[in-house]
Design a protein. Sequence first.
Length: 318
Amino acid sequence: MTEVSPAARTALDALAADPTTATKLLFTGGIGSGKSTVLATARDELRRAGVAVLTRVPQPNESVAAVVIDDAHLLTDPELDTLTALAADPDATLVLASEPREQATGLRRLSAAIEREHARIALGPWPRAEVGRRLGITDSETLDHVLLATAGLPLLVDAVATAGWSAAHIVRNAGAALSDRLRRLDEPALSTLLLMSLSPGLGPADIAAALGVTAERAHTLVDRGYATGLLDTGYGSRFTAFVHDTAAALTGAVRHREIESALLRSQAETSTLSMGLALTLAEHGLRDELLAAVLTDHAQRTTDPGQSARMLRAAIEI
């Protein structure tokens, strides 16, 4: 069902109109944003015009007319350097898709080289009206359920297309699609996503302390977390919680609690544990005497009666 997004259509139309003229294009987006669909369309347009297309990094001195590569963020630095050199060739066509990993030096150099000719094309969620049109939904409440479970991300929107439009089926289908994609993450990246989906305020120092990694490694992991596109606060707290729950299910109950306990202790030791994060940890089921003590202390110091009652209730239930 997936179609090429409006954000990419103009560039692809220009490519189709004149496929033999060299061009440089970079499509960026997170998980489920439609990168692979866009690259497949570009590849097909070029081949339809008789242009020889290479879908891997060319070997030294290998003559190529067009290179089309998906998931460029997974390439090694030497491979990225080869593509950066190719981006400077006025006779070569280079079309890439990548997650927007801004801290990856080799990928950043490649992006800069391509953007000298053509600004990167960012892919993202469908707007509400587009989701409704694609799924044929006119009922506002049903569309609300779809957007809460998918945030408009093409991968997840496609997944709920046959959900039957009950809220439970929509969540189940979207969850299955997201889980399938998150299984591809390695353990450090999944653990980072688990933590970052708890609180938008967590940064590299927090991740380093909780996961016991170096500051440099934590910066890379946080960059990878944001590059998934799943942590955008504009998607709303319910979608962020959905991402967290999916990551938690893949992590496993024991490891999930170990990671959150480590976060609790590292935040408490540095006196950086916020009321919001403490409440979130408690309401997610973390049972820890230290958390109960922190909540009780916050409850005694806050001037908001409602917030105080909520924290005390959470502390008592631990």
